[in-house]
Design a binder for this molecule. Structure first.
Ligand code: ADP
Ligand code: MG
Length: 564
């Protein structure tokens, strides 16, 4: 079976092509969204999802979230003395989703379509692909998230050809894409974004207000307090999606601290973030040369677009109401499910082809001479410009810069900056040239880039027929043996037994409530925890199921209903 996976910064979801429509697959807790969180227990067991998310406030240094922001880097994420890369943690999330789907569907999951933000770099895409492989999935294709959103909104079946805009604000990333359908082809005309903007930043706004009013000592040494504040901010912010004001409350050093925050205060404090939503929108419109009026509609994606202040900002920006008919945090997984169906060549799906655009410019470094003839090196010459439709192949002709030079070396870069120093170097290629006067020898440099993210750089010297080809790959310096070692290390990790996932998640939630409240609510959380652990010890499945329902109800009463 092929599945479609939205591997999100905050939440992940998995879908498949069902009876003529994509359908989400619930995890072992019955939820469609699985928090992209990993926690390590004292026994060395790995917990993924809600249980891990709920452990974050109680065990902040044994829990990781939002690691998608680090994917493509080798930065170690530490759990005590155990270290992981973002890619490995992502693999654990994917593994968990795969296991959930296999359990739910009673079928082996062999392959997946995984979504990535449209502007993910080559390196981030490769790392995502590797995470899938580490999880034991054959990664059929990476699909840009806005493309998946377009599939979920059923835009492919529509008659009109007008382009539309996908506005995706998730937990940690903001993506704007202009998408067009043409003869059954979905084309992302332009994409822009800010990979440092999302719901988490809005949490910080709430935390900022609370910190000032409650004089919280949010210093660097207070990891636990910071995490508690974050969780409280998240609760307050979600409550503000439903009401005009909400209470922020936390327990610190046995004292209940609370303050009332109104939607207006939130909106005013979040103004700088709301402003930052404009720039990527403008950039996408500039790149596609399409004006806001040309957009047939504005499609909302990502859980953070449920914030009324965000909807208001979008409405103001476009002078019309956005479309949010598909559940904003399910849209991308559903679209990935459509794509999974297409890969399975399901007859009930009309032929839709996807085109992707290159989300960044790719090029080489060149030298230029100024009016006085002085040479300036290190300038970026794009060969494939961002938003070129893929697959693409472009050639650029260069000439030698110096008299009698014997070779030419091109640095290969990705980015948008004028100087290569500010861009990302992907590799380099060198070729011999016959020594002649400056400018006499031509060198053709061809860049070929396809949807799977493979870049080929092909350099030829027409005068001699000399050729060089480099294929840009991972660039993370891991050799095959190291990669195998990491795979084995990951496979050896003890994953917490699935049939206990719900119990574990409930315990983590009760522990978090115990730490978050004082007085009656704390006492009740303590009693519930003791009761539940007692019933678990009896190993009587019926009693456990009853206790679980009771404890869940009571915790809902303490802190309001679960939000997932
Ligand atoms: P990602 O794509 O980053 O994984 P999601 O699309 O799942 O993220 O969105 C997660 C974000 O959505 C979180 O920051 C969360 O706080 C926010 N969110 C979800 N539901 C609501 C809500 N009802 N009100 C406000 N924010 C919400
Ligand atoms: Mg998302």
């Amino acid at each position: 079976m092929i599945v479609g996976i939205d591997l999100g910064t905050t939440n992940s979801a998995i879908a498949r092509w069902g009876d003529g429509a994509p359908e989400l697959i619930p995890n072992s807790l019955g939820d469609f969204l699985t928090p992209s969180a990993v926690s390590l227990t004292d026994d060395g067991d790995v917990l993924v999802g809600m249980a891990a998310r709920d452990r974050q406030s109680v065990y902040p240094d044994r829990t990781a979230t939002a690691f998608k922001r680090l994917i493509g880097t080798q930065k170690p994420i530490l759990f005590g003395t155990t270290r992981f890369t973002a890619e490995e943690l992502s693999a654990l999330v994917l593994k968990s989703l795969k296991a959930d789907a296999e359990r739910h569907c009673g079928e082996a999951v062999t392959s997946a379509v995984i979504t990535v933000p449209a502007y993910f770099s080559d390196r981030q895409r490769k790392a995502t692909r590797r995470a899938g492989e580490l999880a034991g999935l054959q990664v059929e294709r990476l699909v840009n998230e806005p493309t998946a959103a377009a599939l979920a909104y059923g835009i492919a079946d529509r008659e009109d050809r007008d382009p539309f805009l996908v506005f995706d604000l998730g937990g940690g990333t903001f993506d704007v894409s202009i998408v067009e359908i043409f003869d059954g082809v979905i084309e992302v005309r332009a994409s822009a974004g800010d990979n440092r903007l999302g719901g988490e930043d809005f949490n910080e706004v709430i935390a900022g207000i609370a910190k000032e009013r409650l004089r919280l000592p949010l210093g660097t040494a207070q990891a636990k307090l910071r995490e508690q504040v974050r969780a409280a901010a998240e609760r307050t912010r979600r409550a503000l999606s439903e009401a005009d004001s909400a209470t922020f409350d936390i327990v610190w050093q046995d004292e209940l601290l609370s303050t009332e925050i109104t939607a207006e205060q939130f909106e005013a404090a979040a103004a700088p973030l709301l402003d930052r939503l404009r720039e990527p929108v403008l950039r996408a419109m500039r790149d596609s040369k399409l004006h806001a009026d040309a957009m047939s509609e504005i499609v909302l994606v990502g859980g953070a677009t449920r914030m009324p202040i965000v909807r208001k900002a979008v409405t103001r920006m476009f002078a019309r109401f956005p479309n949010a008919t598909v559940h904003p945090d399910h849209a991308i997984a559903l679209g990935a499910g459509v794509q999974a169906g297409l890969r399975e060549r399901r007859a009930d799906l009309a032929e839709i082809r996807l085109t992707d655009v290159c989300p960044f410019s790719l090029g080489v470094d060149v030298m230029a001479r100024d009016a006085s003839g002085a040479a300036h090196g290190g300038l970026f010459q794009p060969i494939l410009e961002r938003n070129t439709v893929l697959p693409a192949s472009r050639v650029h002709r260069f000439v030698t810069a110096h008299a009698q030079q014997k070779k030419v070396e091109f640095g290969i870069y990705q980015g948008e900056a004028r100087t290569v120093a500010a861009n990302i170097q992907l590799g380099s290629v060198e070729i011999a040239v016959p020594p002649r006067a400056a400018g006499e020898i031509a060198i053709d440099c061809r860049f070929t880039y396809d949807v799977s993210g493979l870049l080929e750089v092909d350099v030829t010297v027409p005068a001699t027929g000399e050729k060089r080809l480099v294929v840009i790959n991972d660039g993370d310096g891991l050799d095959a043996a190291e990669a195998e070692e990491r795979r084995a290390a990951l496979a050896a990790l003890k994953i917490h037994p699935r049939d206990q996932a719900a119990n574990q998640a409930l315990i983590a939630r009760a522990e978090r409530c115990f730490e978050s409240f004082v007085g009656e609510r704390r006492a009740l959380a303590g009693q519930l925890l003791a009761h539940f652990e007692g019933v678990l010890a009896t190993q009587d499945p019926r009693a456990i199921a009853e206790a679980m329902a009771l404890v869940t109800d009571q915790l809902d009463a303490i802190e309001g209903e679960r939000y997932l």
